[in-house]
Design a protein around this ligand. Structure first.
Ligand SMILES: C[S@@+](CC[C@H](N)C(=O)[O-])C[C@H]1O[C@@H](n2cnc3c(N)ncnc32)[C@H](O)[C@@H]1O
Length: 389
């Protein structure tokens, strides 16, 4: 194992404690060492580089990939000595002029407890380093339970979804049987995870349907469910808008269902009076061409600002729509993602709330933004008409 493997693994597993690079080759530089440590910024695990210049600490925070590349470059070109401490070892080494790296490793008898909330390894509902058959089958972890680096974001994402689910469901509300629909399930990492969670963790009788437009993906998911013996997990190739069922639905979930597919899913959930809705919307285009407000014109003149604003308007309208239909709704940060605005989750619980209040707010909000011909509303009306006929 090279020093670069050790650093990469420590970043991947979040076990890095610190790195010190010293013995600078170029004496003209105005610092002599760099101290590096992991930090959590806005929920994102990053690397902080600290240089002392003229008795002042200069901080720079980098994403881990970028930080790793910089460490590599600094080790190969700028410093002679390094000290790397992880929770289970201390590595101390030298880089020769010819870039040959030698080091000694001291493995600790007992792992250091980082005891820092920002870089403590997280206890996930589905843990890393423990074999989990469906995750292995889907190519998220190896047979020994180690999550592949390229799949770590997905792994974290599904665990976070399960964590939120775990917080909202109460045993009285789920009863013995639970029926869930995952709209726009794609390759269904989440759908399998939810099935696993109810079946294996909660030991509940669960029936899950995953719906998607893609024939090949649906075929793959059905084959995988059969191979895993997940008999109450089925996948269907169908448009959300056309899907109907006579069975009661307890929960509707969506994860990044594109554009108005999210609205169609919410309408179905309302119509079925699903007890729980967990929905992480995706790219919203509908409102971009619809929002108008003369007082806020400067915000609408800038494409990027208008795009972000229209996305927030869409989600607010969805919240109000759900509220006026009797849902207690919270918007929560689904997962901290550095470069994506797709981290807002709408969490709805069917309750007896004052619908009239929200109907007024809904109407006022539409008026404020001069909104007409809104998809969620039109689709809901259409669904109600279909039911009548
Ligand atoms: C961005 S992917 C997300 C997949 C999965 N939920 C995940 O997060 O990994 C969105 C999925 O929604 C599906 N989709 C989009 N519109 C749909 C519709 N009207 N009916 C059914 N599926 C739809 C797409 O085919 C795609 O697989």
């Amino acid at each position: 194992m090279t020093i670069f493997d050790i650093i990469q693994n420590a970043l991947h597993e979040r076990t890095l404690v610190s790195i010190i690079l010293s013995g600078i080759r170029d004496k003209n530089l105005n610092y002599s060492r760099i101290d590096i440590r992991p930090v959590m910024i806005g929920g994102v695990y990053m690397l902080q580089f600290v240089k002392n210049i003229d008795n002042k600490d200069i901080h720079e925070n980098l994403q881990t990939d970028q930080g790793y590349e910089l460490i590599r470059d600094l080790l190969e070109n700028t410093f002679r000595n390094f000290n790397v401490v992880t929770t289970d070892r201390h590595v101390n080494g030298l880089v020769s002029k010819k870039k040959k790296i030698t080091f000694k490793t001291l493995v600790f008898d007992k792992e250091i407890d980082l005891n820092l909330s920002h870089n403590k390894r997280k206890d996930y509902i589905i843990p890393d380093h423990k074999p989990c058959v469906f995750l292995h089958h889907l190519g998220v972890m190896d047979a020994n339970g180690k999550v592949y680096k390229s799949k770590y974001d997905k792994f974290r994402q599904i665990n976070k979804f399960l964590e939120i689910m775990d917080h909202i469901i109460s045993s009285e509300m789920i009863g013995d049987r639970m029926r869930i629909i995952d709209f726009g399930c794609g390759k269904a990492y989440l759908t399998f995870a939810v099935y696993y969670y109810f079946k294996e963790v909660l030991k509940k009788n669960v029936f899950i349907t995953g719906l998607d437009l893609k024939e090949d993906v649906v075929g793959f998911c059905n084959t995988t469910a059969a191979a895993l013996g997940y008999e109450n997990l089925v996948f269907k190739r169908e448009d959300i808008r056309d899907y109907s069922t006579k069975d009661p639905v307890d929960m509707v979930i969506t994860l990044h269902a594109c554009d108005t597919a999210t609205d169609a899913a919410l309408v179905k959930a309302i119509k079925w009076q699903a007890k729980y809705i967990l929905s992480v919307p995706c790219c919203q285009h509908e409102m971009f061409d619809k929002i108008r407000n003369a007082d806020l014109q400067p915000m609408l003149d800038q494409g990027l600002i208008k795009e972000r604003l229209s996305s927030l308007v869409t989600d607010t309208l969805r919240v109000l729509f759900l509220q006026k239909e009797g849902y207690d709704v919270s918007t929560i940060e689904f997962i901290s993602m550095e470069h994506t605005p797709k981290n807002l989750m709408l969490r709805g619980l069917k309750k007896n709330i004052d619908r009239n209040l929200y109907q007024k707010q809904y109407n006022d909000f539409k008026k404020f933004w001069s909104l007409e011909d809104v998809f969620i509303e039109e689709f809901y009306e259409k669904e109600l008409k279909n039911d009548e006929s």
